[in-house]
Design a protein around this ligand. Structure first.
Ligand code: F6P
Length: 490
């Protein structure tokens, strides 16, 4: 039986990408740099809540592998980190063949591209020798970290770890009884038909594993509902959509939506930092109004269509020329995957086309930066007149939330109806269909020419909405449910 409130065991958080990466400096001293990104910030907030918690993640560098070989968790910046060293070939198959070009593509509705996903000769191998192998390592590391301690809380994160709950049960043995295990899916969960593309062994395996957790969590109610419907379709599980429960193999699993958010104080502080102020000079020097996007170079972000829509807007409204600059801050991502490499090239080509077609001697319509420069992104957050978030699908999209809290221009958010953030922010944004170039062109024009009072009203509402559900609220809601789940006795 499950232990009740007050009887706390250790907390273990597991995600593929960790909070820090290690390297050695010229003097041979160990250095670490903080991992960027919304997931890392969010999990930091979880760790702050649970004293002594250990964060398990994949080793990503040679020095990480050194850290992974040390027996005790490594203490760094108030964190206790344990790195897992995977076999290089296995990790490559997991990351570059299975998790990203296949699961990510399926879950972001990118499977209708002519060249993706690659369900080829290597799929089964990538599943067995890559994905399963890496997930087994995570399960072992988590069970090992828990040791003999009773009533552990094990919080697994994201689509790289779908098979970990199942392996974890095996590893924990009797200890599984009073442990609490959840898996948070940070990316969209499509409708049951969307899963049709995956081989049976894979979709059944994934669902069975997820249903061996106690809670499966998502960012939106829509994804949670899609998950329950998929469980019913693929496994014949008994689902209660209203109460968010799934019964399968004699167990009850809770399915929940906790919309992830940001730490507004962190962004307010960043906004005033030296590094950001320095970048602000550059941002403010760009001609005309500022249209902004900040993304990883991911196909799901819909960068190419965004530039095309902007080009269309300039064609229809030549009076806007020299009166606006589109700043695109794109962080290179997953470049070893051919689809991503090709996409980065397509992004560059499209920018050249738009700039050649519409530019003048003294004005470049698009300023593209394909490099990581977070201070410049925050400087641009403060100064945008319009922010374009037109993802074809996106688990949440934290850029929309980060930017809203530091913007000083009553900037207008143009938001895809298929971004998870739309469930919360849709009312104060201009909603666009990410496939419809005309609609996006019109929305860009509307945002840049919107009357002051309407901009002010929308920007205020946006900010209020973000402030009403912060990262602390996100953590709190989950902690409450963990306690409720334990109290009911699993
Ligand atoms: O939340 C989605 C996510 O894939 C995280 O799991 C991941 O850490 C982040 O986006 C960036 O992707 P990657 O780790 O592949 O660079």
């Amino acid at each position: 039986s499950r232990v009740t409130q007050g009887d706390r065991g250790p907390t273990v958080v597991v995600s593929n990408r960790g909070p820090v990466t290690f390297s050695r400096d010229e003097d041979g001293e160990r250095q670490h740099s903080r991992g960027a990104g919304g997931l890392v910030t969010a999990l930091n907030a979880v760790l702050r809540r649970s004293e002594g918690a250990v964060w398990i993640a994949s080793a990503q560098s040679e020095e990480d592998a050194e850290v992974a070989r040390e027996p005790a968790p490594y203490e760094v910046e108030d964190l206790r980190v344990r790195l897992v060293e995977h076999d290089g070939a296995a990790y490559d198959l997991m990351y570059n063949t299975l998790a990203n070009p296949l699961l990510w593509f399926v879950q972001h509705g990118l499977y209708n591209l002519p060249y993706s996903p690659r369900l080829g000769d290597d799929t089964r191998e990538a599943w067995e020798n890559g994905y399963l192998a890496v997930n087994r390592n995570f399960a072992r590391a988590a069970a090992d970290t828990v040791g003999d301690a009773p009533s552990a809380t094990i919080l697994l994160h994201d689509y790289q770890l779908y098979m970990t709950p199942l392996f974890l049960r095996g590893e924990l043995g009797d200890r599984a009884e009073d442990a609490f295990v959840s898996l948070f899916v940070h990316i969209p969960w499509p409708e049951p038909d969307g899963w049709g593309i995956l081989p049976n062994y894979m979709r059944e395996g994934i669902l069975e594993s997820l249903l061996s957790a106690d809670v499966v969590a998502f960012h939106t109610r829509a994804y949670a509902r899609n998950f329950m419907e998929t469980a019913a379709r693929v496994l014949g599980a008994e689902v209660d959509l209203d109460n968010g429960t799934v019964r399968y193999a004699g167990r009850e699993v809770w399915v929940r939506a906790y919309p992830i958010s940001i730490d507004p104080a962190e962004f307010e502080e960043l906004a005033g930092s030296e590094a950001v102020l320095e970048q602000e000079e550059f941002v403010k020097g760009l001609p005309g109004k500022l249209l902004l996007r900040v993304d990883r170079t991911d196909l799901s972000k819909n960068v190419v269509r965004g530039f095309e829509a902007y080009g269309r807007m300039l064609e229809r409204h030549p009076e806007m020329k020299e009166d606006v600059t589109f700043l695109a801050q794109l962080q290179p991502s997953r470049g070893d995957i051919p689809e991503y490499a090709a996409y980065m090239e397509a992004v560059g080509r499209t920018v050249e086309e738009v700039n050649e077609r519409h530019g003048t001697g003294s004005w470049r319509p698009i300023e593209l930066f394909m490099q990581d420069n977070f201070p410049r992104s925050v400087a641009a957050y403060k100064n945008y007149d319009a922010l374009l978030v037109n993802a074809v699908r996106d688990g949440m999209n934290l850029v929309a939330k980060e930017a809203a809290v530091v913007n000083e221009k009553d900037g207008v958010l143009i938001l895809s109806e298929y971004a998870g953030a739309h469930e919360e922010l849709g009312d104060s944004a201009l909603t666009v269909n990410p496939y419809d170039l005309d609609e996006q062109a019109d929305a860009i024009h509307e945002a840049l020419t919107m009357p002051e009072d309407e901009r002010h009203r929308r920007a205020g509402a946006l900010r209020e909405t973000v402030l009403s559900n912060t990262i602390e609220d996100w953590v709190e809601a989950q902690v409450k449910d963990i306690e409720a789940f334990r109290e009911k006795g699993g």
